[in-house]
Every structure is written in structure tokens, then in C-alpha cells.
Write a protein that binds this ligand. Structure first.
Ligand code: EPZ
Length: 421
């Protein structure tokens, strides 16, 4: 186990480069199950969740190798359709292997996937969508699925589920006939996944809109595809909010402005200067901002749920009251109690948190309870008066590579302490 020790109060200054998106790389790696040949992904980091997904690929009989920040995955010699329990229990993204395994083997065996404790994590939309494509399921602790023939269908999702959209799109890419996915999620990571499937011979149209059309092909293949995952818009947002929270001035490199419009619209002209130059976002704090009013998290292009706790941490010392409504997950406020230990004035009412801005936060010993909650604690610690110790720092490593190193390079006083074994 390890913890972050942060001595707050340092303003962040300088430049930081964003990694490839965790939430893009995870489905991209699972898509390799469908692709006969090698795929090389550029600008990748050994995020904990990425390493678990690669262990799953290896357990299925595939292989992978790293060359600096380039990751090559080869699933041409896959032998198994059984997802190992000890791995699937670690990450929610293991569910993304379901569609590809059905497309590859017409069978899949898996256990309930894991993931951050951010409320209910059902898989009914995945099951219902794949069933529409011909899959049958025996549901229990062990979930077994099979499909005789994968036939295209029309599927309307009751909610814009990112994972269900990705799972259905992957299986549909090797279906017989046409599949139409309506009310699908539109996150940039979905367009990125569709681009990889197209590069492997898939025929997919409309990714990034409310309707995706897929014309199935017999097989996806790779002539040594080299592919760049999209930059991590959640990491970008984390640095934008960290800079404002510390009163700093930072240039964030390797980001796509249009992927962060929902956040930038909330903070723009609120005691900060922001300018865009190609793949760089420059932000400079101009003092303490005013309340953000009402913010509701929603599927893309709405305000991202993964930046909800980081926003709560940032808003905790603004002038006035901010209300944040969690519109995606059933309960994503488990980090609130830890923020209150630092002096934040927060009140949870059903799926909303009311934030009364206070003059300052105070360092305390707290715990990161989920990945993005942990990022919120780091933001709070960076601006707090005094020292903050954040236990369970590993959970933050699931989605941020060397966060403490990147923050130190911007002038933060943060170190990682490994607990004695
Ligand atoms: C993806 O999770 C991301 N994870 C999450 O990021 C992100 O918060 C989420 O999308 C929303 O943007 C990855 O991409 C690996 P959903 P996913 O299916 O696909 C309900 C992070 O911190 N739902 O869009 O699991 C669900 O309960 C992680 O990086 C069902 O009811 O999210 C939730 O309320 C956290 N039935 C809502 O839909 C289902 O079958 C959105 O879930 C599936 C989902």
C-alpha cells in the first residue's frame, strides 16, 4: 500500500503532457480479441487498469509487449474464452471483453466485473444488447454466454451507456448483416474505438452521434496497425482544476479542446484566463472564482461524471454556493465525508451535493475511496493549508500514471510513501 503526502499551498506552474485515455485504451485492447494480427498503440502508460487488461489478454492466450510508451498487442493465437475471476474482479472494463469473445469464439465465460465503488454497476444493458444480436446467457455468479450465429439487429439503449455501446459495437462489427444502435453514448473514446475497428476492416458509421450503423464483416484483421488512442480528457480536466485550485498558471499539452468544452464552459471567465493553441490548453488563475451555480453530470457532451469529485474539491473554496447533481451514477458521493474532514462545507441531498464555499481547507489524514474521488482529494490537498496524507494512493494509479511526479514537476510538494510491508 502507499500514500500521498502533500504540503499544500504551492501554486502550480509550468507544462504538463497528458497521457492516452485510460477509458479509450481499455476497450481498444479488448477489441484486439477480434483482430487477427498485431496492433501497436502509441503514447501509452502502464496504468494499473491497463496492466490488468493486458493480464486478461495473456490469460486468454494472447501476448503483448512494451517498447517505451508503445504497446503492441497480438491476439492472433488466442486459445480461451474464459475470463479469469481474479482479474475480472479487479476492473469494470473486463466486461468489454464479452462482445469480442462472442465474436471470436461464439462463447464467453466470465464473472461479475469489478471497478470503483461508485454505486450500482449493473450489466443489463450489455446483456440485453448482445442478446438482440443472438447471444444467450446463463446468469449467476459465473456467467456463460454462447451464440450460434451473430445476426445484425436494431438496438435502442434506454441510457447512453458507454460500455454497452462499445460492447454491442464490437460484436456487431463481425455480425451477419446490419446493426443499428440508437441512443448510443457519444464519448470520444467510442469514436476512437470505431476508428480502430474500421482500420481492421470493420464498417462502422455514426460513432460520436446518437445512432451508430454497423455493417458486419466476416473477420477483422490487422496488417500491423499502428494506432494512437485519444488523449485523456479526464486527466486534462484534473490539471485544469488543480491549476485553478492552487492559483497557478499551467500549459497542458497533448489535449483536445473540444473534448473538454463542458468543463471549460463552467470555469471560463471565472477568475481565470484560458487560451487554446492546437493541442495545448493554457490556463492562468486570476484569483478566487465565484460559485459555479448548478452543475449536472451527464453523458458526453455533458459535464463528465469522472470530473464530479474533482469539481467538488475545486468549488469547495469558491465564493458562494455551488450545487452539483450526479446524473450518471446512483451514488458517487462516497468521497464527500473525506473532503469534510478538510473543512469543506458539503451537504448531500439525494443525488446532489450542496457546496458552501469556505475561505480555506486544512490538511488532514484522508483516504481515496475510488479513482476519481482520489483525484479530488489530491486537488483538495494541493490547496489546503498544511499537510494532507491520502491513504490508498494505489486506487489513483488506476487512472493516473505518475501523478505525483507530474505534479512535482509543476511545483507541488507531493511525495509517495510506501507502507512498510
Ligand atoms: C465508463 O464506465 C467509464 N469506464 C467510467 O469511468 C465512466 O464514469 C462511465 O463510462 C460514464 O462516462 C470505462 O470506460 C472503463 P456506463 P461504464 O455504462 O461503461 C448504468 C473512471 O473513473 N448502467 O456509461 O461502466 C450505470 O450503472 C470510470 O474512469 C446500467 O444501468 O459506464 C451508470 O449509472 C468510472 N446497466 C450509467 O448506466 C448497464 O448494463 C452509466 O454507466 C450499464 C450501465
Amino acid at each position: 500500500m502507499s500514500k500521498f503526502v502533500i504540503n499544500g499551498g504551492n501554486k502550480l506552474f509550468g507544462e504538463v503532457t497528458v497521457q492516452s485515455a485510460k477509458n479509450s485504451l481499455l476497450p481498444l485492447i479488448s477489441a484486439c480479441i477480434l483482430i487477427d494480427g498485431k496492433v501497436t498503440f502509441l503514447n501509452c502508460n502502464k496504468l494499473n487498469d491497463v496492466c490488468v487488461m493486458l493480464d486478461i489478454i495473456k490469460a486468454l492466450g494472447g501476448s503483448y509487449s512494451w517498447n517505451g510508451s508503445s504497446l503492441t498487442v497480438d491476439c492472433s493465437s488466442l486459445t480461451s474464452y474464459e475470463l479469469p475471476k481474479e482479474l475480472t474482479s479487479k476492473i469494470r472494463a473486463s466486461i468489454f471483453c464479452l462482445g469480442p469473445l462472442l465474436g471470436r469464439f461464439h462463447k464467453a465465460l466470465f464473472f461479475k466485473s469489478g471497478g470503483c465503488d461508485i454505486g450500482e454497476r449493473p450489466i443489463d444493458l450489455h446483456i440485453n444488447g448482445l442478446t438482440k444480436l443472438g447471444a444467450e446467457f446463463s446468469l449467476g455468479d459465473v456467467i456463460y454466454s454462447r451464440v450460434d450465429e451473430v445476426i445484425g439487429s436494431e438496438i435502442t439503449l434506454p441510457f447512453k451507456s458507454v460500455g454497452a455501446t462499445e460492447n454491442i459495437m464490437m460484436l456487431a462489427s463481425v455480425c451477419k448483416g446490419k446493426t443499428v444502435i440508437k441512443n448510443c453514448a457519444k464519448e470520444p473514446e467510442i469514436s476512437n474505438l470505431a476508428e480502430l475497428l474500421r482500420r481492421a476492416g470493420g464498417e462502422i458509421y455514426g460513432a460520436g452521434t446518437d445512432v451508430i450503423e454497423v455493417y458486419g464483416v466476416p473477420k477483422l484483421k490487422s496488417n500491423d496497425i499502428v494506432f494512437t488512442p485519444v488523449p485523456d480528457r479526464i486527466e486534462t480536466g484534473t490539471y485544469l482544476l488543480s491549476t485553478l485550485s492552487t492559483g497557478g498558471e499551467v500549459t497542458i499539452k497533448n489535449c483536445i479542446f473540444s473534448h473538454n468544452v463542458a468543463l471549460i464552459k463552467k470555469i471560463y471567465n471565472n477568475a481565470c484566463k484560458i487560451s487554446i493553441n492546437n493541442d495545448k490548453i493554457y490556463i492562468k488563475s486570476m484569483g478566487v472564482g465565484n460559485s459555479l451555480g448548478f452543475v449536472k453530470t451527464a453523458p458526453y457532451p455533458g459535464y463528465p461524471t469522472d470530473l464530479q469529485t474533482p469539481l467538488v474539491a475545486y468549488a469547495s473554496t469558491l465564493n458562494g454556493m455551488t450545487i452539483v447533481h450526479e446524473g450518471v451514477f446512483s451514488s458517487r458521493f462516497n468521497q464527500i465525508a473525506e473532503l469534510k474532514k478538510m473543512g469543506a462545507d458539503l451537504t448531500v441531498v439525494k443525488n446532489r451535493v450542496v457546496i458552501e464555499g469556505v475561505r480555506t481547507l486544512y490538511g488532514a489524514t484522508v483516504t481515496a475511496l475510488d479513482l476519481r474521488g482520489g483525484a479530488g482529494m489530491v486537488i483538495a490537498g494541493l490547496k489546503a493549508h498544511g499537510q494532507t496524507v491520502i491513504n490508498n494512493a494505489e486506487i489513483i494509479d488506476r487512472g493516473y500514471y505518475d501523478l505525483e511526479g507530474k505534479l512535482r514537476s509543476l511545483g507541488a510538494d507531493v511525495t509517495r510513501i510506501h507502507d512498510e510491508i
